[in-house]
Design a protein around this ligand. Sequence first.
Ligand SMILES: NC(=O)c1ccc[n+]([C@@H]2O[C@H](COP(=O)([O-])OP(=O)(O)OC[C@H]3O[C@@H](n4cnc5c(N)ncnc54)[C@H](OP(=O)(O)O)[C@@H]3O)[C@@H](O)[C@H]2O)c1
Length: 345
Amino acid sequence: MTIYQHVALASRPKGWPTLENFRYEDKELPEMGAGQVTLRTIWLSLDPYMRGRMNDAKSYADPVPIGGTMEGGAICEVIASNNDKFAVGDIVVGRTGWATHGIADGADIRKVDPNAAPLSTYLGVLGMPGMTAWIGLNEIGKMKEGETVLISAATGAVGGLAGQLAKAKGCKVIGVAGGAEKCSFAVDELGFDACLDHKAAKDGRELGAQIKEAAPQGVDVYFENVGGKTLEAVLPNMNMFGRIAICGMIAWYNGDNVAEAAPLPAVWSTILTNRLTVQGFLFPDHQDSAAAFFKEVAPMMAAGKIKFRESVAEGLENAPEAFLELLNGDNFGKQLVRVGEDPKG
Ligand SMILES: NC(=O)c1ccc[n+]([C@@H]2O[C@H](COP(=O)([O-])OP(=O)(O)OC[C@H]3O[C@@H](n4cnc5c(N)ncnc54)[C@H](OP(=O)(O)O)[C@@H]3O)[C@@H](O)[C@H]2O)c1
């Protein structure tokens, strides 16, 4: 019998989650069946979507059951294999969730090259968030050279790469981020043309005036990550035939900040009069884009042209606290948990 550790959903939050909603505990690893592999988690990815999985509400994915393991993507080492396609020692991206070990079918995991890039980046710029940035800009936002692109949560896992890809395409890129340090990083390190601090603006109107000053020519593509007062600020700055790629709305995930929302009649009217295209998108629907994404981003990464930051929590037991920090904007770059040691050799 093998015992491993996981973080279970202990109860469903009402509003903001707390540490009491999670339980770190031992669990028995099931027997590995035919075609399956046993995984040891090295890195766990923490992502805003996990907040939605804590609710018992209809969504694009099922909720985590009470007592079930919190879901999540991870970088893992294969430590036992009943599958010809995976050998012991292979490094894979899998969905073990918030757990030190897991059993997976071969179809649920994908090998990565540990020598091509730091392992953790397969959960960040070379993983789901990076690909989300690429999809949002290219397939949904349809950015074109010379256009103005505005990106909220600009220094985050998605936003940080989105800004660099838009700059590489020849766009003018404006970021919105929380705090002076994040804004300086966006401009000085990531190459944004300007970055505005949403925390320093008293409301959407003030932030909107700052956007107008930074982008007097208007915004062609808004990469929407947050909703809240940032959306209220961006809308009046949208250009005719502009595009809004709705990637996320983290300001509203805990049910607050709704008073900051632009009134629906104003939103509708702006969409109509400015002939905007507004489209939500979800990463799992766009797996066909993986080849185009890697073709563009892998060489940039190999050439050292992609900059990124990571916030790392040490130990699976600290995942709940790190997740609460992510929801609060206390992360700076991709939020990760180091669950296990790097493979030897
Ligand atoms: N559609 C998809 O398939 C898909 C895939 C991945 C991610 N997403 C979404 O993309 C967004 C970014 O995800 P990520 O993984 O890159 O996370 P992230 O940006 O690394 O972290 C979340 C950031 O959101 C910002 N934030 C939190 N509360 C806010 C508020 N009230 N107002 C404004 N900003 C707030 C904070 O940045 P500041 O300190 O700068 O405010 C925080 O650091 C999320 O909405 C996520 O749900 C969607």
